[in-house]
Design a protein around this ligand. Structure first.
Ligand SMILES: NC(=O)c1ccc[n+]([C@@H]2O[C@H](COP(=O)([O-])OP(=O)(O)OC[C@H]3O[C@@H](n4cnc5c(N)ncnc54)[C@H](O)[C@@H]3O)[C@@H](O)[C@H]2O)c1
Length: 278
């Protein structure tokens, strides 16, 4: 690990969503540590039972506190325990997402509505709950920074992403709305729209490999890794981005504004020429 830049020296935070060493939140935790931050790690009790997070806790010296983000009492408890460990905090990472419909390959026009409620509750409304309890417990310092991870499915249709497209649209809206209410305290709330990344949640999506390759071929810089996402998020937690708020920030190697790559034009020409000859 490099020495970093000391961007988060003296800062404290809460990191939601590290499951295993591929998790974007795991990479962000390592980058936050490298930059001098202290934090607590949290995940759903069922995820903690797998035990993988213990290694990250040991490596970063972070306490691990269980919390299901759909349960108000567990979030309240998390805030209280975080206060015991760290006092108040300067940053919160929301890297939580899950859709039972996507997992169980339920088609979008045949959604299970109970599962849709769970998708929205876990992947979007949880940001509102976390911010609500952070405010209520007075744990978040003035000038703090909150980042939630999103995906371009919020703006464009990626069929295999199903109801997660809707969840990300709601997540980004909550970030804007809550951001406007915390702005007078200098607290920033942003979403980072990350390119497809090979994590447990990512690879659980049917057709993920195709989506990954498509984005990688179109983005002029290719898909950024979870570690590159971590470096970007560190800047948003730092004091260098104090007036960046209520934004959805693309971290995607240029995918969002690119049309098509030369390589893909050549590949498609060849593919369809071959097909026409058949
Ligand atoms: N992987 C990608 O391609 C990609 C792209 C853009 C955005 N994202 C977003 O990044 C974030 C992190 O996902 P990831 O790709 O690192 O995968 P991941 O599977 O490592 O992380 C998802 C996390 O959500 C947690 N979670 C699920 N239900 C929960 C609950 N009820 N309470 C608390 N935690 C719960 C899981 O335990 C897990 O740690 C998600 O919001 C995801 O949508 C991922």
């Amino acid at each position: 690990m490099s020495d970093g830049y000391g961007l988060l020296k003296g800062k404290k935070g809460i990191i939601f969503g590290a499951l295993d060493d591929r998790s974007i939140a795991w990479r962000i935790a390592l980058a936050c540590k490298r930059e001098g931050a202290d934090f607590v790690l949290t995940n759903a009790p069922i995820a903690l039972r797998l035990g993988a997070l213990d290694a990250l806790g040991e490596e970063t010296g972070a306490p691990i506190i269980p919390c299901d983000v759909t349960k108000d009492d567990e979030i309240e408890d998390l805030m209280a325990k975080t206060k015991d460990h760290l006092g108040s905090v300067d940053f919160i990472l929301h890297a939580v997402g899950m859709s039972p419909n996507v997992r169980k390959k339920q088609e979008y026009n045949d959604l299970n509505y109970n599962w849709l409620q769970q998708t929205l509750d876990i992947s979007a409304i949880s940001l509102h709950r976390v911010l609500h309890h952070a405010e209520k417990s007075e744990i978040l310092n003035d000038g703090g920074s909150v980042v939630a991870l999103s995906y371009i499915g919020a703006q464009r249709i990626f069929s295999k992403y199903s109801d997660m497209n809707d969840a990300k649209a709601l997540l980004e809206s909550i970030a804007r709305n809550y951001g406007s209410r915390l702005a007078d305290r200098g607290i920033r709330v942003n979403t980072v729209s990350q390119a497809p990344t090979k994590t447990s949640a990512g690879t659980g999506i049917k057709g993920f490999d195709g989506m990954y390759t498509f984005a990688d071929k179109i983005a002029p810089m290719g898909n950024p890794s979870a570690d590159e996402c971590a470096d970007y998020v560190v800047t948003l937690f730092s004091d260098l981005t104090r007036k960046v708020t209520m934004q959805n920030l693309y971290h995607d190697g240029g995918f969002v504004t690119a049309g098509i790559s030369e390589e893909m034009i050549a590949d498609l020409e060849k593919l369809y020429a071959d097909k026409d000859e058949e």
